[in-house]
Write a protein that binds this ligand. Structure first.
Ligand code: 1CP
Length: 354
């Protein structure tokens, strides 16, 4: 398939020169858009939306019609993987994701096995190829998965958690059981992401939303090690240049230095670390993606523009910056405010590339 007509995002991930800073937004397809809420209502529920390639494609494209974004991201979820492992994912209205059969004991972990991703997750690969065709090279398409640790928190807790008491208990009492759970998720994720690449994904992002709940040594053992295995086993040689990989541990802070040594191309940075500081941690080994506080989008257009200006200045001159929020856009945001952000990146970033 042809290279994208707008490759500023892929070039920035590879730290090649660009004329401006590319921009996309985590959760750019989602509930803050009225047209998304309409399509989700048509689908019935969130998983039916993910399983319908035509509708998943439609909601992927919606934010691109409104805003001058430089990448599309597959519309799906990180919890499709444990669903394929047989845990029974469902969404309680207004309450977030739940699993019918959480995995809490060594015996339950032993019963898990790597599924055939093509039969269990074929709907995702069909969405990828449908979106890729519909994009027609306008911007590159990002495929993604959760980090094995972050996915395992949902598998063990059975739902969203903020203290991770059950999985941390397992890490203390039976670390080998937790490691074998992580092995199954990691192997499944490698096959899942390679199949997304085969279907047409042009960059890969691994979301480790809950890695920073671990202390640093446990982070390296239970989270970073599995992301390393993923980076090592992705088949990235598809075109003239390898498919770039972005790792994002929310709240990584100084651990960004360890992450930069995995061989990934870029790191997502949340708003609790200045890009200037992050750039020092990673010693220009990788590109950086981020990191405006999503709460800034609740402010006035003037404050949003200033936030963009400050973020660009914090990264400073030179290639290797992809503009994004430090975490996903929230459902309460006025879409016009996101337009102000995207326009400001287009307008204010060129001087940093002269
Ligand atoms: O319509 C709805 O009510 C569903 C809300 C929703 C959406 C829009 C969920 C349920 N998932 C998604 C899509 C999604 N999720 C995307 C693709 C869309 C895009 O980015 O434009 C991606 C990349 C994700 C990734 C995801 N899902 C993460 C990692 C990134 C992050 O935001 O930290 C996590 C932790 C999830 C789990 C999940 N799925 C859905 C919700 C509400 C949650 C979060 C639950 C929690 O806070 O624990």
């Amino acid at each position: 398939m042809a290279d994208p007509k707008n490759d500023v995002f892929l070039r920035a991930l590879r730290r090649q020169p660009t004329v401006r800073t590319p921009v996309w937004i985590m959760r750019q397809a989602g509930r803050y858009l009225p047209e998304y809420r309409e399509v989700r209502a048509e689908a019935g529920d969130f998983m039916s939306l993910c399983r319908n390639a035509r509708l998943a494609c439609e909601v992927t494209l919606q934010p691109l019609r409104r805003f001058k974004l430089d990448a599309a991201i597959l519309f799906s979820d990180i919890l499709t993987v444990p669903d394929a492992l047989g845990l029974g994912l469902y969404f309680e209205t207004g309450e977030g994701p739940r699993f019918r059969r959480p995995v809490r004991s060594a015996a339950a972990i032993r019963r898990l096995s790597v599924p055939d991703v093509h039969s269990e997750l074929g709907y995702v690969f069909e969405a990828v190829s449908t979106i890729r065709k519909a994009l027609d090279g306008r911007v590159p398409l990002i495929g993604f998965a959760g980090s094995p640790w972050t996915v395992a928190t949902y598998m063990v807790e059975g739902r969203s958690s903020r203290d991770f008491a059950i999985i941390k208990g397992l890490a203390k009492e039976d670390p080998q059981a937790l490691l074998s759970l992580l092995d199954v998720v990691t192997e499944t994720t490698v096959q899942y992401l390679n199949a997304q690449i085969d279907a047409g994904a042009q960059a890969i992002m691994v979301f480790d939303t809950w890695g920073s709940a671990l202390e640093p040594d446990d982070y390296r053992r239970f989270s970073l090690a599995n992301m390393q295995t993923i980076v090592d086993n992705l088949v990235r040689d598809k075109g003239a240049e390898p498919i770039p990989v972005i790792l994002f541990t929310k709240g990584a802070g100084a651990l960004l230095a360890d992450m930069a040594d995995t061989g990934c191309d870029a790191l997502g940075v949340d708003w609790t670390t200045d890009l200037q500081t992050a750039r020092r941690y990673v010693e220009d080994k990788v590109a950086l993606q981020g990191n405006l506080n999503p709460a800034t989008l609740r402010e006035s257009p003037e404050v949003i523009r200033q936030g963009v200006a400050d973020t660009l200045a914090s990264y400073g001159h030179g290639p290797g910056h992809v503009f994004n929020l430090g975490h996903g856009i929230t459902p309460d945001i006025d879409p016009e405010h996101l337009g102000v952000l995207v326009d400001a990146v287009h307008e204010l970033s060129p001087p940093y590339h002269e």
